[in-house]
Structure formats: C-alpha cells, structure tokens
Ligand binder design. Structure first.
Ligand code: BGC
Length: 887
C-alpha cells in the first residue's frame, strides 16, 4: 500500500548555527529537514508551511505557500530577535495531498547582538611574564554575592587566548580550547553557556577562568620563536547574567594567580606540576580587544571531546621505551585516570607522541620537526584523578610513556586516548565489498576529524597545523558529504575574506588565519589552486547545502581575487615571469622528497586551468545571484581565458603541452576541450594511466578529479583499476602499509618501511583523501543535481572487483541513500529519496524520474569496459609483480 502521509519535520536550525542558543543574527533564516524513517512518504513534496513564534507571552502564526524548507527567511512581519530574547519557534508543513505534518518546535535564543550589551572587559594579570617565552596559564576569579534572582542564567565569555570556566568548582560548558582560532584582528568568537541548574546559589559564589595562550599568542609555524602573532598579553572576558541582567563581569575587581600548570602549548604540550600549589591572588588590569575586532556569535560548532579510544597494545622498543599503540592515528590527547602520588622527589611522567614508529620500532618523531608534542606531569604528595592536558592537542597513534611502573600495570584501564575536534554533525558514510577501499574511506574520515579543529588545518602534529587554503579547496566536497560542515567552513571563509579584503588587496593568503607574513613583513604571494578556494569552496558549499547566502557573502572575495589578486600576463592568463613559481600540483609522486613543488605538470598550465575554471564558476555564481551584468562579464572573461589556455597549451588533436595525468584531468574537470579535442585527450589520458601501470600521477591539484576525469573520458574500468591499485604510489598503498589516516605524501612511509626523508612528512593530511568524492558520487552513485540535493542523481556505476557498495548523506531535506549489489548478472539497488526532493535514477542506461520514498529496482547489469584493463607495456618490459596481485 502506498501512502502519501506526511513525513516528520526534524531538526529545525537557525541560519548555519550548530546550536540554537547564542544566535548572532537578528533575523536568522530557518531550515528544517524531514524524517521519513517511520513512514512511507512516497512522492511527498511540500506546498506550504506554517510557522509559529511564541514570544512575550503571545503566539503569532503565519502560513506561507512555498516549496522551500532551506534558508527560509525570518518572516518580514515578525519582529527581529532582541539580544538575549528567547523565542519558541514552531513549524509544520503541508504536502500536495493537503495533509499537514505534526508541529515541530525549537527554542531559539539570541546572543548579545549589540557591542553595548557587554559590560565585561578583558582582564589579564597586572604584571605579565616575559613576552618571548611561552605564557604560563593562569586563573582569574571573583567571589560575588547573589540574591534570589530568577530567570535564565547565562555566561557569555571569550578570550584573547583560550579559556575554561567554572562556577563554584563546577565546569561550565564542555568546550575545548574556546573560543577557538579566528583572524583575531577582525573577528573573535564569544560563547554563550547555559548555567546548569543548582550551580549558582543565593549567597556567595565564585567564578573562575583558566586562561592559556592558545593560538592568539602561542608559538605558531616553524619560524623561529614565532609567538604573539596577534598580541603579547592574554586575558579573558566573562559576563554572567541572571534574568537578562549582568550579575558579575570581568573587571579589575577580579584577581589572578598561577596553579599547577607550568605550560600548555599547542605544539610543545603541557607541563603540570602536582607539587606546586596555587600562588597568592594578585591584582588584574583590563586590556582592550584589537580595535577592528568584532565579537561574533559563532555559527561553527565548538571543539569538543568526541570519543575515547582504549590502547590496543603495549610494547617495549629496542631501546627500552614503553610504547602504547592506540591502533588509530588520531588527534587529541591521553587521559590518565590515576596518577599515583610521588615516591621520590622530582618524580615525573612523560608522555611523548608520534604518528608512526621508525623501521626499527622507535618513536617516529622526526616528522614533528620542532614541535615537542610532549606532556610532562610532576607527581605530588596526593594522587591525581582523571588528568588530561588543557590547552594542547597532539596528532598520534603511539604514546611513549615514562614514569612509575604502576601507571602501565593496567594500562588499558588507566590510559585512554581522547579524540578532540570541532563537533560537527556526522551526516554521511560509505561502504563497499572491498575491505581495503573501506579502510581508505575510514582513513579519510579520521583525517577530517583530526584536521577540522576550530578551522580546517593541513595537519595536526608538526609545527604547522595551519589553515592551508589549497588543502581545504581539494577536500571540501568530500568533507561536506561526511559531516555538516556548513557553519564550520563558512566561518573560516569569513576569516579568509576579511584578511584578503582588508589586509591584502584581493590576494588570498596561503594560510588563513595568515601567520606567515608576520615576521617576513611581506604580504602573501598570489597562488592558484590555493587562492582559488575563495571561489570553488563557496560553490561547493552551495551545492551541498543549498543556501545562496555563502555565495552572497563571498561574492566580493571571489571577484577581488579574480580581478586584483591574481597577477595576469598580456594574454590574461597568470603572469609567468622568469623563475615564476606556483605550488600547483604540489606533491605529485615524482616530486623529490626535498622539492615538493617540483611536479611533472607545468605549474602554470595548472594555474591557468584553474583560472579558466574559476572564471566560469564566478559567472555561474553571478547567475544564481541574479547579477546579469556580472554574469555576462565573467562569461566573456571565461570564453577569452579558455581560448587563451587552448592557444597556450593544447594541440588541435587534444594533446596537452604537459603530457600528464593532472593536465588531462584538469582539461576534463574545467571543460577546457572542444569536441574535436576530446577523443585525443581521452586516448592520451588512458594511455598515461596504463603506461604508469595504474599508479597515481597526480598531486594536490589533480588528485580530486583524476578518477572523475577517467570516467568522463569513457573509461570507468581504468578509474576502478587506479582506485584498486596497491603499488606505490596509489591510494591503497598506504592502506596496505597499515595506514589509519590519509598521508601527506603518496609515500610518507616508503615501501622499505622507512619514513620518507623529506622534512615535510605527515601521516595525517586530508587533501589526497579527496578521492572519497568519487566513492560517494560514482561508485555508490549519489550526488546532488541541484543545490542542496533538491534534485538528486542516483546512478551507481559498479566496476572493478566490487560486488556491492552503499553511501548515505543527510541532505538539507533529509536522508538520501543508495545501496547496490551485484548478483547473477543483476544489479539490485535500494535507495532513499528524502521528502520534498526528486531524483533522476539512471540504471542500466535507462533514466527514470522518482519522487521521495524508499525504493528498490533491479536491472540486468553489463560491465562497463574490460576488467581488468591491461597495463601498457612495450615488448621489452616485464610486467611488475605487483600488477598481477589480486585486485
Ligand atoms: C602544508 C601543505 C600546504 C603546503 C603548501 C605544506 O607545508 O603542509 O599541506 O598546502 O605546505 O606550500
């Protein structure tokens, strides 16, 4: 029986905010999803919705005839949110069969919307320590009296540095390293916390904050003693309110003191001394926020502890070190449940971290470069329970433990790894019948978790951990499928555009926040692929989440980059001076360990291919934003640049001047070929893949698109063959070497088992994991045809030796999923289309339009292409043994 009963409305959200408390907009847009898990809602589309607003004791309702459930404007007649206002918002929707859904309610609460709402100031120790050393964390506190006040109890807080808060000895909130890392000269997040019931008492209360240097003034980058990038004094700003009125705020009535923490540094780790008590309270002073800095209620979720991982094994290295293996390269720290009291003076526990072991079984710490990544705990005369560091994270799988033997006696109970990252909602996953491919996908997910910490970083372990723009540009579509990254990435893009437009005259910094020119004094160099993030990523977010807001917000950034930031030559392409340099196809497999940019593909061909691509994207964005003149302007620019690219790099028969996988990949990806070029280019690309015996030949620029390009070139079987390759370099090579995250280099660990000698060798870089997008969209066959998956393509393309695959993601409309199996020459596909969307289903070459619901189809299946495809060898060459390995 087919019903058209209404689905359930689920998850009402306000703008891109992860939380509904402390919203920073007066008129946040509203979005809701649908859940059809307990009902069949075949072919359900929304025709109208009703909103209710319960505020100031009154309820107003409005019905709107609209199919839209994503980014619905706050109704015009509804007054804007006031600072601190709490409104109960309800939504229900009507389908075309005129049935209504149940009401769904969510309470939204505004943050402090006006700078005048703050009476708190940033407090800091009156006398600071030496500015060029790591700053010792300190406490600031105040005891205050409270009458019998009633109403909501809130804390608003931020820091120049990082902080943790407690009231009457109880921790407030579960955030880690708040307020996170922003471009502090422009934007600073503040947090809104609900004070749990019973924490504040009538009478005397004490509020205390622990403050550390964090990113604001801690050591960053590999440059020598690069500290205090944004300021040399750290402090915290706290405002406690009851019933909408401040009851205590940071000012010079607060006092400060030191505690047992001697240091807590991002790269170097924490030093905790249990023998040291607290110093005497001392006077504070107030310091100012940077003049141009806006206090922002974050749309991005906070950093939190998200999982605990128990040790898998304990071993003794050849040199006698005790090493715990957590079985997973992860980011966070190790928590010790029981630290015994000291048995002799100066007794100490040292935890040292590494991602890999060297070939001879010692901690592989060379790739950490100058980062010490070590926690040190001096034992005191009392046992310590549940110790964990406060303002640092480490990227590690292995932990070397030195200390009293009791610590390791029951190590699986006493030590645990705590995983820490920005607490985004997990929305997507993938699985298939090929175990190594599954492990590759798990590695991609762990790479994302380890590097989405406050903002998207390149790596989580060495003296870097910076917001490299090119890495994110490559990985954003994959990330957006797996986690709800909308607020997280929009937030970072806002930092990016603030720096680009206010500081660098249109040039997008290589890393955001930009930490790299502080000491050299020069602005960032304009670099394609990296800087192009300001065009490509907003468009990717629009496609994944369906909101045009990010395009509006980034329009100026895109056009300034294109018109001012990019240095052009006479033909309009990138200026290519003698000794000109582009990072371009960074770290392709032929780049030598000590020269990562020395790639096979001409750097300027790559840069120019991206330039043509972004011209087209800007024209598309202009069309979406209904900017008619701009659309024409950028379309014309695109046509000219495309022609200039062809003149410069392409032969009439489709050969490119760099005869490489990346060059052809980009030609397909950015539509640089005319009809007469396509066969020639496709033939060349396939020849190159076969000639490389299906090893990968791409770096950061070509990797995201290479399997898509092979598929577009009409050779799905070659794409699968490359995906399934295990020899070095390939995606499955690291997996077959035991990797649990995606590596920075194709051979971060060499086939010999040695660590790559390059000084830049991380085992947790997400960029090359961009291949997961191919798994989601082509192998499983689930991709958006219209922004936000309003129209979905269901087109699994089985191939290789896979016999089944599945993927799902929670779209802005609800869950979309595909699950296919091959059996006896038949392809059976189960798929789920969320309410209020439609799908174009393409199976066995037949297209069908399908509405929402849970569906099943079975068709006869014919393999696309020959399996396995033959490598290209001359009669003189011998087939390499690894090419005959089972696929
Ligand atoms: C980072 C990268 C980055 C690159 C560009 C490296 O040190 O780890 O991932 O994109 O530099 O120069």
């Amino acid at each position: 029986m087919v019903t058209r009963m209404a689905p359930r409305v689920s998850k009402l959200t306000f703008a891109r905010n992860a939380s509904s408390i402390g919203i920073g907009q007066q008129r946040p847009t509203l979005s809701w999803r649908y859940d059809q898990s307990d009902k069949t809602t075949n072919d359900w589309t929304q025709t109208a919705f009703e909103l209710s607003f319960e505020r100031d004791g009154k309820t107003s309702k409005r019905t709107i005839n609209s199919e839209n459930n994503v980014d619905v404007p706050w109704p015009e007649q509804e007054p804007p949110l006031r600072s601190r206002e709490i409104v109960k918002v309800g939504v229900r929707a009507q389908g075309k069969d005129l049935n209504w859904t149940e009401w769904y309610y969510k309470t939204v609460e505004a943050g402090l919307l006006d700078p005048k709402d703050w009476s708190a100031k940033v407090v800091a120790p009156k006398v600071g320590g030496p500015p060029n050393l790591a700053k010792r964390p300190f406490y600031v506190a105040k005891t205050f009296k409270l009458g019998s006040a009633s109403g909501p109890q809130r804390v608003y807080a931020t820091a120049l540095g990082v902080y943790e808060l407690s009231i009457n000895g109880k921790r407030v909130g579960d955030h880690v390293m708040a307020p996170g890392w922003q471009s502090y000269n422009h934007r600073l997040h503040y947090q809104t916390y609900e004070i749990p019931e019973g924490v504040l008492v009538s009478g005397e209360n004490t509020i205390e904050a622990l403050v550390g240097e964090g990113w604001y003034s801690g050591r960053l980058t590999w440059l020598e003693n690069c500290r205090n990038i944004w300021g040399s004094e750290i402090g915290v700003q706290v405002q406690v309110e009851v019933g909408g009125k401040p009851v205590v705020v940071t000012d010079t009535d607060w006092q400060w003191r030191y505690g047992p923490l001697l240091a807590s540094e991002l790269y170097d780790g924490e030093v905790y001394d249990a023998t040291i008590g607290y110093s005497d309270w001392q006077p504070t002073k107030t310091i100012s926020l940077p003049a141009e800095t806006a206090l922002i209620a974050p749309e991005a979720p906070p950093i939190r502890r998200t999982e605990e991982v128990v040790p898998k094994a304990l071993s003794t290295s050849p040199s006698g070190k005790k090493i715990i293996d957590f079985g997973q390269n992860l980011v966070g720290w190790v928590k010790i449940r029981q630290i015994p009291k000291q048995s002799r003076p100066n007794e100490c526990i040292v935890l040292r971290f590494a991602e890999v072991l060297t070939k001879d079984g010692e901690m592989g710490i060379r790739p950490l470069r100058s980062a010490k990544v070590t926690d040190r705990i001096y034992l005191g005369d009392k046992a310590v329970h549940d110790w964990e560091p406060t303002f640092t994270t480490h990227g590690f799988r292995y932990c070397e433990v030195t200390g009293p033997p009791a610590l390791l006696e029951k190590y699986q109970e006493n030590l645990v790894a705590v995983v820490v990252h920005s607490d985004m909602e997990r929305i997507g996953d993938f699985e298939c019948s090929h175990e190594l491919v599954n492990q590759l996908h798990r590695n991609v997910v762990w790479g994302l978790r380890g590097n989405f910490v406050g903002l998207p970083t390149d790596c989580p372990q060495r003296d870097e951990r910076l917001g490299w723009t090119g890495d994110l540009q490559a990985f954003a579509p994959t990330a957006a499928f797996l986690y709800e990254t909308n607020g997280f990435l929009a937030n970072w893009l806002h930092d990016l555009s603030a720096e680009q437009l206010k500081q660098y005259d249109g040039v997008v910094p290589l890393v955001v926040p930009n930490t790299l020119d502080t000491f050299t004094g020069t602005g960032p160099p304009a670099q394609a692929v990296w800087g192009d993030v300001c065009v490509i990523t907003p468009k990717d977010l629009h496609l994944a989440y369906g909101s045009t807001k990010i395009l509006e917000e980034m329009w100026e950034s895109m056009t300034s980059w294109f018109n001012k930031g990019i240095k052009r030559g006479a033909n309009g392409l990138w200026e290519n001076p003698r000794n000109g340099f582009q990072l371009s196809d960074w770290l392709d497999p032929r780049a030598p360990p000590d020269d990562p940019g020395n790639a096979m593909t001409d750097q300027f061909l790559v840069a120019d291919a991206y330039l043509v691509g972004i011209a087209n994207t800007i024209a598309e964005v202009a069309a979406i934003l209904e900017k008619k003149d701009a659309r024409e302007k950028y379309q014309q620019a695109h046509t000219k640049l495309r022609k200039a690219f062809q003149d410069e790099y392409l032969t009439p028969t489709g050969r490119l001047s760099s005869d490489t996988q990346t060059a052809y990949c980009l030609a397909f990806q950015f539509n640089l070929l005319d009809a007469q070029h396509i066969d020639g280019a496709a033939e060349r690309l396939i020849r190159l893949a076969r000639k490389e015996k299906f090893r990968i030949g791409t770096g950061f620029a070509g990797t995201p698109g290479i399997l898509h390009a092979l598929t577009q070139a009409g050779h799905l079987e070659v794409a699968y063959r490359m995906l399934q390759e295990k020899g070095c370099p390939s995606w499955l090579y690291p997996v077959s070497m035991g990797a649990t995250t995606v590596w920075e280099r194709w051979d971060s660990l060499l086939p010999s088992g040695e660590i790559n000698p390059g000084e830049m060798t991380s085992f947790n870089h997400y960029a090359l994991g961009a291949v997961a997008n191919f798994l989601h969209t082509t192998v499983a066959g689930l991709k958006p045809l219209e922004p936000g998956y309003r129209r979905i393509a269901i087109q699994p393309r089985p191939g290789g030796s896979l016999t089944s695959a599945s993927a799902h993601t929670t779209t802005p409309f609800g869950r979309a999923a595909v699950d296919w199996k091959l059996n006896d020459g038949k392809l059976s596909v189960d798929f789920e289309i969320p309410p209020n969307t439609t799908a174009v289903v393409n199976l066995g070459g037949k297209e069908e339009h399908v509405g929402s619901g849970i569906h099943r189809r079975e068709v006869a299946w014919t393999r696309e292409g020959e399996w396995p495809p033959e490598p290209y060898t001359t009669q003189f060459a011998q087939v390499q043994p690894e090419n005959t390995l089972a696929l």
